[in-house]
Ligand binder design. Sequence first.
Ligand SMILES: [Zn+2]
Length: 346
Amino acid sequence: MATNELDAATRHQIYVGRYSTNVANRLIALLNRADKHLMAQIALVLQNAPESFKAAYLDSLLKSVNNLLKSLYEEVGNELQASLRQFAKNEAHFNMALLNNAAGRANVVGSLASVSPNTVYAAAMARPFQGVLLKEALKGIESGVAKRIRDEIRMGIIEGRTNDQMVRAIYGTRANGHADGLLNWSRRGVDSLVRTAVNHTSNVARQVSYEANSDLLRGWMFVATLDGRTTLTCAALSGKIFPIGEGPMPPRHWGCRSTSIPVLKGQEKLLGQRASKDGPVDANLDFSDWLRNQPHDVQDDILGPTRAELFRAKKIQVDRFTDARGNVLTLEQLKKKDKSLFELVK
Ligand SMILES: [Zn+2]
């Protein structure tokens, strides 16, 4: 029994999400470690500034804080790029497996052109997502944080807040895990950026492999994860086929989980057809229905054994695919999972 590309890509996309969580967690830990240093610097600014001069000299007083933010986001950027470079390698391999699988099922004669991981990485960095390149997106978070800190202090001075109150507004409270501080905005920003950048790299890798094999392909199909979190744009595009090098390539928005699969020449009829007795399925299949049709071990893998059991007993609904924060995959684990996707082939 051969895995169809839709099933493989859907599962791979879940694993990619877990890998994103891993990368995001690492970068957020980096931000958290820097917070104390940053707050000490901010406290110093507040203490050393004579009351009457605070507002007027705020920008120059904040120079040290801004320099700290600059080097912090440089570090975040370097870490993220290093992760994406490694991840690009994985995606280049996965896409070859996906294309090979499609070619095998469509009885395509001829050899597939492989794409080097470096080409994939270079293309991912060169093609903008959501209109911005990775560096600009990080710069946007950095300047957003700097602006929020400056605005808070400026307003604090005007409204006569104490230094402690301003520090609390910026850093948040320990009781709330600092989620109530404005620095939390940067953690959410980095989380969203990582998820979008990882999916962007995955999708560019996919597109580059299509372009290298365009002679064998009829096009590519947009595949959205159809659940309660899918945007209308992505839901409307799901299942549509576009010529190679054209069409609305995912990610379509921040945090987009959409992906694509190859459509080989003459493969139209085979596409999305399952080897099971359930008959054919299409790319517009709802996530919950898709999951219902998966073997037990796949359901266990995606939901965890306990929830999977409840899902099978129809005691819980899975209308929104959520992944626990602790559900993370390292690159090595991602590789193993990917390998298992095509083990049934041949
Ligand atoms: Zn989307």
